[in-house]
Design a protein around this ligand. Sequence first.
Ligand code: FE2
Ligand code: FE2
Length: 297
Amino acid sequence: MLTNDLDFRLEPRLIELYEEHKKRSAKIDWGYHEFLPWDKAQDFRRVPWDASQVTLPPSIVTAIETALLTEVNLPWFTSHLAQTFKGSLSIIKDFVHTWTAEEDQHSNLLETYLLITRSVDPSRLHELHKMTVENGWSPDFHTPFETMVYTSMQELATMVFYNNVSKEANKHDLDLGRLLRRLAKDETLHYAFYRDVIKFHLQLEPNYCYHLGHVIKNFQMPGAVMPDFEDRMAIIAKEANYGPLEYFDQVLDVIIDYWDIENLRPIAPEAEKARLDILKYHARMKRVKERFQRQQK
Ligand SMILES: [Fe+2]
Ligand SMILES: [Fe+2]
């Protein structure tokens, strides 16, 4: 059986990566109080919420609410990571602590923004928030290597999501565009760490290819547990800049290229087969994307 755990020989390099992460994240450290339009806030008891107070288009509200409902599940992501890396490299456990502290601001920022700007019915949002966290999150991946592959893709997808939605949001509210770009910067650093952990493993032992395919081919955002996820993603794809086309160009294509799957040469036949399967999957998705683009013209 090809190993699915992280490699202890890489520990010194991963320590360097973590130190680098801390330096870069200290440079962009921020508090969520800095990014909110507090002067718009009003007491809900004195001025109850009413649909007429909403100024953002529904697609942007859906995008922000969906991002929020993904971020609120942080307790479950952390507990999954903590369980997965039990007994694995201690440097990863350190990173998960730092990562959790950084992620912990994200849902606060998005939720407070939605409440202050009265973009959503606060009671409905409260219900959705509670229901989502109560549902929790249980991924298909339980081994350290696969989990790192998943988190690499998830951080990249989240970064792209925030950057893309911010372009649309800017047309309606510059504060919103700015706070989304702030979140994207955090996600960029998270992505850089996870993706390089995987890259180092593939360079040291190309047989790790064996464990890439299942995650790459079945990737789904962790938000899939929230109510109406499919409908939400369809609206966001149409009107807020993040859909299957962007996923292919800005996530899947980028990661396959970065990990240089094309040029890896695993020794184990099953790992080589897995590598070719990924390349086939990538080529098929590319054809689907091109067909889709032609239809849109
Ligand atoms: Fe986040
Ligand atoms: Fe992140």
